[in-house]
Unconditional design. Structure first.
Length: 254
């Protein structure tokens, strides 16, 4: 069986409430040469039944470990995949119909590209729009500073680049995507599509909301920025993130 152009990585843990929307969106993709790697980290809800209902020949179920971090789970899923390009579709996010076709058109025109990404829309638990998720002009300095945002759900990453960088760094279980994006754009050619190709759901049960609540996201971001000291942008980011972490830890009202 020939390898697909794209491998879509879905990591799931008790995701039944939104998972069906994610699978419905995949059915509507204009570009069809993709596989789905669905890694289930010990779900005890109806996630597996939803997967089975939507499964096709190019959909593959992988049983994960409920104790693995998201970075570990994503790496395990990637190892089971065969695609030339990698995309990451979390259980509560939605891909629009041109999510694969638009990046592949760009990739065909420029074979030196290692990363293609786009704008995305933020939505709430009821799918109501909360505005654009992307901001700032993408550059290494701006992403490091946090003045530009690149959404994981919009990434289309060349597999050889992902592998050469060692995949997601499991030292950063909460911020592995930020670390990976920095490593890619620092050394490799990338392209931004100024168009919304995905929807990112924000709700209080999401992992990102929990990480912001306990401050762990700030702490990891500071540690990642420390890798780039003594760059002025890194110094600023470290101070900013440690300040936010300490505020969450000691001063914010519970």
């Amino acid at each position: 069986m020939p390898s697909p152009r794209i491998s879509v990585i879905i990591n799931c843990k008790n995701g039944e409430i939104f998972l069906e929307e994610a699978f419905k969106a995949l059915k509507k993709q204009k570009f069809k040469d993709f596989e789905v790697i669905f890694l289930d980290s010990g779900s005890v809800d109806g996630s597996k039944k939803i997967f089975d209902r939507y499964k096709e020949d190019n959909y593959f179920y992988v049983e994960g470990n409920e104790n693995d971090s998201l970075a570990e789970s994503r790496n395990k899923a990637v190892k089971k995949s065969r695609g030339e390009w990698l995309c990451f579709n979390d259980q509560d996010d939605i891909y629009l119909s041109e999510r694969f076709s638009d990046p592949m058109k760009i990739a065909e025109k420029d074979t030196d590209l290692k990363l293609i990404f786009s704008d995305f829309e933020k939505i709430d638990i009821n799918s109501k729009s909360l505005g654009s998720g992307s901001f700032g002009k993408c550059s290494f300095s701006n992403v490091l500073l946090g003045t530009a945002n690149v959404g994981l759900l919009t990434l289309t990453v060349k597999r050889d680049c992902f592998d050469s960088l060692g995949g997601f760094d499991e030292r950063y279980p909460h911020s592995q995507d930020y670390h990976l994006i920095l490593k890619i754009i620092k050394k490799h050619k990338f392209h931004y599509i100024d168009k919304v190709l995905a929807k990112y759901r924000i709700h209080n049960k999401s992992m990102s909301s929990q990480m912001l609540s306990d401050g762990s996201l700030y702490l990891e971001t500071a540690k990642i920025a420390m890798n780039y000291l003594p760059r002025p942008e890194a110094v600023f980011r470290v101070v900013e993130m440690y300040s936010k972490y300490l505020y969450r830890k000691f001063f914010r009202k519970k």
